[in-house]
Design a protein around this ligand. Sequence first.
Ligand code: ADP
Ligand code: MG
Length: 835
Amino acid sequence: MNPGPAEKAAPRRNRILESLRRPLVLAARNDFAALPRMSGLGARILNLMLPLERLPLGRTDKDRLARLKAAMTDFPTSDIEEDRRRVLTALAVLDRLPGDLEFERSEVEKKSTPSEPTISETPAAPESREFPDRRPLWMSVQYVKGVGPRAAELLAARNIVTVEDLLYFLPRRYEDLRRVGRIADLVVGEFGQATGEIVAMSDPAARFGRKPFEVRVQDESGQAGLLWFHYGAQSIPKRFKVGDRVRFGGKVGLFRNQRQIAHPDIEPAAEPDGEDFEGNEVDSRKIRPVYPDIPGIPKKRMAAIVQNAVERYASLLEDPLPAAIRKNADLPELAQALRFLHLPDEDANTDRLNDFSTQAQQRLAFDELFFVQLALARKRHDTQTEPGYAHRRLNTLARRFTRRFPHKLTDAQVRVVREIVADLENEKPMNRLLQGDVGSGKTAVAILTALMVIENGCQVALMAPTEILAEQHYRTIRELCDFEGLRVELLTSDIARTDKLAIYEGLAAGTIDWVIGTHALIQKGVEFKKLGYAIVDEQHRFGVRQRVMLAKKGRRPDALVMTATPIPRSLSLVLYGDLDVSVLDELPKGRRPVKTDVLWMSEWKRAEALLLDELRQGRQAYVITPLVAESETLDLADAESEHERLQTVLDGHTVGLLHGRMTAVDKERVMRAFLEGVYDVLVSTTVVEVGVDVPNATVMIILHAERFGLSQLHQLRGRVGRDRFGGRCLLLCEKVGEDARERLSIMEETTDGFRIAEKDLEIRGPGDFLGTRQVGEPLLVHANLIRDAKLLETARKLALQCLSEDPELQRQENEPLLSLLNDKWRERLSLLGIG
Ligand code: ADP
Ligand code: MG
């Protein structure tokens, strides 16, 4: 049966209320943290309201809409306090609007208010069964049983504001209360349960508070200690005595070779016949979800709160995935998945739950991956329809450059230049990632292709993450492209104001052909006459947002992103969708890989011996530290102290100091001195990571290597061995546990940047990898790009399929997708410059 217009109208309106409310909730969240960034909020709400205003409403509802409209007109104001008040007003008004907005219709009719004919043709729509009123999901968590004002505040600090947020707050792990083993089988570091007899107990009369209260338990396999450091202990001597049999559980620790559990769960053990001793409470659930800690809310209470919310509200959740897609991916419904994760079935598999491999968990991961893919595909569809520049291959400047360039291009460079040139010839804007290990010669590729764009009358911008690097590029490019009539300029924040203004003018007038710079390039005031090519170097050092901002300085310029950090496929799919990738997989001839060893920090003498040996042969060395200056809180090597120390240790050799707190001029001076051989050793922080090429430097010693990301270490060591001498890298790590050294060992095994990057991603997660961490809300909460690589492929396939069948997402079954993309996912996706 086809729904008539009336039945269709109700869910649509209901959804409008949803869409109105979501951005407002977002704006109010976290003490209005996002509000300053939501400049489009007012316009958006007004737009969404339009269909509501056309409804034949009673006076009260009309008034409410008018108040909402007033609050969102000329929003934002210039006053942040006023903005906050307005958001709250708008939310309060929305709360009072009835779900279907048909509330006072009869009253309207009674008064026979004249209404437009088109409207009277739309009869009242009854609230549809299929689309329940979902507004309880957006109520404050305070309405959930067990949450008072104080708890609501604590939850809000964790970004849990609405009931819906609470439903998505998933357990961190699951404890299996069905398994009770022997004491000797308790695994240190994991949750475990055992039964045993109490053989000793601290003196309950002793003053509590200094030493932990301890109970010793024993079974035929061994002994364990149960410890209480605070109040929980006081009830223990009342409930138990030596000789009692108890069942206990918790996270197992080790102390002096004995297993121990702090603040355990403890119950009288069930008698062998199965009856509970004294009929005392035993946890009735067989699997216990453990939620992430929220300071101030005890664990058990937290679990109870979430479970109340699930039981009451989970059924209201709308499943955004069309049933066909969900079935195709073989995943459960959203509400069902969430219910399972909060209240697992009695026979669920805790190992799989703890591995995040249940269907329910995969469902949540799938949604995230699917939405990102959907948004990317839509974005790509957009860019494909609007043409950019089509450049012609003139080759005059390129030929002049090749004559001047002191090397023969590698085969890989030739291939990649061809790939890019083909894109530049095409009017479709290029969106290409150039990956090439440190030293593979990406700069020459950038120059050759930039010259083609310039010859065609467009401007080029090259953005680098640091001043040193921008300056180096500038010098290289000036030197190699010193052609008549070609104007290249450097724009960094360090440039004097008057010079800056002159550059702004030149860019706007089109007299500057190529500008090279740092973040200064994306500041307000920088405008191009005709930006045709935006190049970003070492993109991993930028937020994704900055890349997009540079491209936005032009009208669909071709874009090239260069990186020495190979980006694993799973990540580049999430980041760029179908972004084209070129790889420089060949180093110029005569380069040898850097031989790398991992040592303990305590083995400094060995490092020193190697260092002195190389210095005696006239080579130079880098010593890298994690900190600039001595820290009161961190016991780590810092550049300043290390510089001082090495000056005495390496008597007779000169030692330079470089770090990010120095002015650009000083950095430049030191770097230049090192290049010219004034210093034998350069002590530095990671500012050399993307620094200057010093062919004579052959050794790099990295202190506290465990503090660095693997890809970063790989980048760093790429600074040495740039000449025929080959290079050596020593990674000194602190004994902070075996795994630090284990993690670093991959640096000894391989110089394959891809493998290192994969490992890095696995360890640090995509947020860190992308440099989007500071943004707070991570893009992927439930999905993990390494673990869910296969799921990602499925999500991508289904997203593309969905769009090929319904490019505008106009079909009714796709409506929830569209509304989620526009509301809930909008903020998150904008981090990637999509959406
Ligand atoms: P990266 O890819 O790390 O940015 P660069 O573009 O800075 O590498 O190049 C590193 C060094 O290699 C530079 O000194 C550059 O002049 C040199 N180089 C570039 N291409 C070649 C080549 N085909 N043969 C030899 N050396 C080259
Ligand atoms: Mg480079």
